[in-house]
Structures are given as C-alpha cells and as structure tokens.
Unconditional design. Sequence first.
Length: 489
Amino acid sequence: MYFERAAAHECGVELRGILDFMEKLETMDNRAFMVLRHGKVVAEGYRTPFEQKNKQMIFSGTKSFAATVIGFAVDEGLISLEDKVISFFPEKLTNPPCENMQKMNIWHLLTMTTGFVPTDPILTCDQPDWIEKFLRAYVTHEPGTYYTYCNMATNMLSAIIEKVTGQSFEDYAKPRLLDPLGITDYHWERLMDGTTTAGFGLNMCIEDYAKLGQLLLQKGRWEGRQLVSEKWVEEMTGKQVDTSMDIWPTMDRKSGYGYQFWRCQIPNVYRADGSKAQFCVVMPDQDAVVVTFCSHQNLYDVLVPMWDHLIPAMKDHVERDPELERLYEEKKAAYSFPVVEGAADSKRSATYSGKQYCIADNRFGITGFSLDFGEDKNVIRLQCGEGHKGCANVGKNGAWARSDKFIEPVGHITIRAMFTKEVSATGAWVGDQYVVRMIYLTSPYEDVWTFDFVGNAVKIHFCRTTLAPGIVAKDRTTTEADLIGYYVL
C-alpha cells in the first residue's frame, strides 16, 4: 500500500455518505472502490472474490495516462502541439494524403477533433499496417472543427512518441511517470505491429490508478518533485473542446473534453474514463480523488452517487460516529458478489465426473469439456480450437476458488475476447442442473455456465453479463448461447 489510511472523520468525510455510496455501487456490479481526501484513503472496498491486489483493464482510462506522458514530451521539447501528424511518417506516404489529413496536428489527436465522423472504420482499425491506414484515411471535416471520440487517434500519439524517441511508449513512460509513482506491477498491451496501446490496454490495481488522480490533484508534483509541468496539467484537465453534441445522453459526456480527460457536470471536477466505469475522478475543490472498478454497461450511472452522496459528505469538520464506523466495517466485511444458491453435491455428480464431452461447432471455439467433481472443489476443463486448453477451479459450499490460468489468450484467436487468464468461480447444483458463476479478475466480466445433463448428452447455457446482482439476469446479458455436447465413449 502506498497511501496512508485514515478514519473518514479525520479527513472531514461523513461515513453516512460513504455507506450510501457503497449501497448504490452494489447495484452497479462494483468490484472495487477507493476514496481519498487530503491525500489519504478514507474508504475502500473490494468485493469478494476481487482483491486489493488484482489488476484490471482500465480501458480508456489508459488515454489519461497517455496524455500525461505526452506532457513530458512537450515539456522536453521533443514535440509541439502544432506538429503535423504526417510529418512523423513520411515513409508511409508515397502519395499525398487528403487535404484535411495534411492539416491534422497533435492537438487534434489529444482533443479528439481529428475531423473523422463516427462511422469511419479507422476509428477501430486493428491491423499490422494501421498507421498507414490512419494516414491514408479520408477525413470528412477540417481538424479542430468536429469532435469524434477515436481510439486510434490516441494510439497515433503512442506511435509518434515511439518514432521520435526510438523506444516504446511504455519504455518512455516508465522513468518519467510509472516508476516515480511506484507503478511497477502492471501490464500494458500492444497493437498488432508492436506499438504500445495508448487508447486502451493498461492493466493495474486500483491504488495505482488512484496515484494518477492524486498526482494531478497536486498539479503534477509527487513527493516534493515536479514530475510533469503544472501548465500541462492545467491544459490537459481543462476544457479544450465542446462535447455537447456527444451521442451519450448524459451531462457528464457533454461538459467538455481536455487532453484525453473528461470534464464533469460538477464544476471543476474532471475524470479519467474507462469503459464500464473504470473511473478516476479528481475533485480539486474537495481535495479528493475517487476511483471505481465496475462492470456497468451504463457507466455514467456510477458517477451519480458520487455527486449525490460523496461530495455532500465532504466537509471542513466531521465528528466521529462509532455506530456508523461499525456499520461501515460490517459493510466492508460483507462486500461480496452473490454465490450460486444450491446444493454442494448431487447424486448425479459421480455419473458425469471426469467424462469427456465433444462440443458441436460454436462461435466461441470450444471443442470439448469435462467436469471433475471433487470433495473440496470442482474443476471445469475446456478444450478449444488450435490446441488451446484450460481449466478453472470451482468453489463449493459458497466458497470461491481461484485459477491463475483458464484459457490463456494467444494471438487473435476466436476465444481471445471471451476468456482471460485469472478467474474465480463458485458453483452449486440447482435441481438437476450444475450452475457455475465465474468472475474474471483482469477484465470486468462474469460468466454463468449452466450444465444440464441428459443421458450421454449435455446442454450448456453460457451467459456473459456485465451487471450481476442476480445469478441469471437476461435483461442484463450481453452474450449468451446454448452449446450441445456429447459424451465421447
């Protein structure tokens, strides 16, 4: 742990606001949260089986780290905001790009005002020659006149730094930002050509994410040292462009955009913003930082309890309340995802344990599976195309069992987007069906597997959901399918 822990009342925060905030978060598939005031952690929660140490993908929160890194390059005179994007890649342009591409500069990349329109395929381009594809793309509007959120614009910032410095974006960032903040246990993904992702792809624990917010709250200073210039912090987190035309019907998307940071509807509040509510919210007037790891489809719902409960709870002076302290500790201790309600064992377990099933063709690439029903835990074993295999432990009697590897993603295979390495699972027999709830510890997803055995066949209902107060909630499902398997004699 880096940050000092303090009682909420010592930092002027009412625990009633914290409790109300936690209650709301539970309905939004929250995995972890952290509240800092005056540089100290006054509240935090980790929802079992998620743990404090778990790293999670922060998705577009990566953009805010990237913009901070760009500030170092500007401060060092390596680049300027007026530099034209095409000037860094002359070897990619045997023919002149379109007129608007020729006008595009680094400021346009930072502010999402490249001039692309939302339907342009380049916005999600992921292929080895993506830089050339980007530079040759037709740009509908003059840069600076039209806002469109664009991952690849941010990835171009990474490519520019790599071209200018001769090292990866990650390697450039390490001694300037990551190492001084003590961010060492992280994973940063790469694009197909090896470029460090800047628009997404950074994985870290929640306390490391909070360090970025605290650094900016301190106007770029860290442990008495000015890391990135105060001028850059002010520009980066201030309103640079209007976003009132954004397609999301929420004021927290329409309150303006800086350099890869969003302005919030609350005056002088800004945030790093990752899909499904991976938020790092900075509140300068309150001297506070709030960080959330969630898996909520309508992510901006998660900001509302911050505005409604946390900000009003921050005062100049708060008296200690032992009763609220007791309720808070009880709430933290019980902060857990629901388990599958059912029996730990079934008379059917011995019949099907260890049998190998062959699965019919399906879009997930699963070719076979088996279930081992044990005394202390159960195990799911999957076989997938291209020789990939994996297994996941499943807890019994309401316990969770962790697996460091389930299906390890290798290259761009069918299962890459479906199954990741670290999972924690629990299961039970519900009537004649065996039901497993599986939480992914590195990405904000969960799966529910329902196994229905009939003779030498099995029907597997697979359901991936991003909101999970109940075991199966069809109105909250993003992916579901039925797979049919047959016992291999």
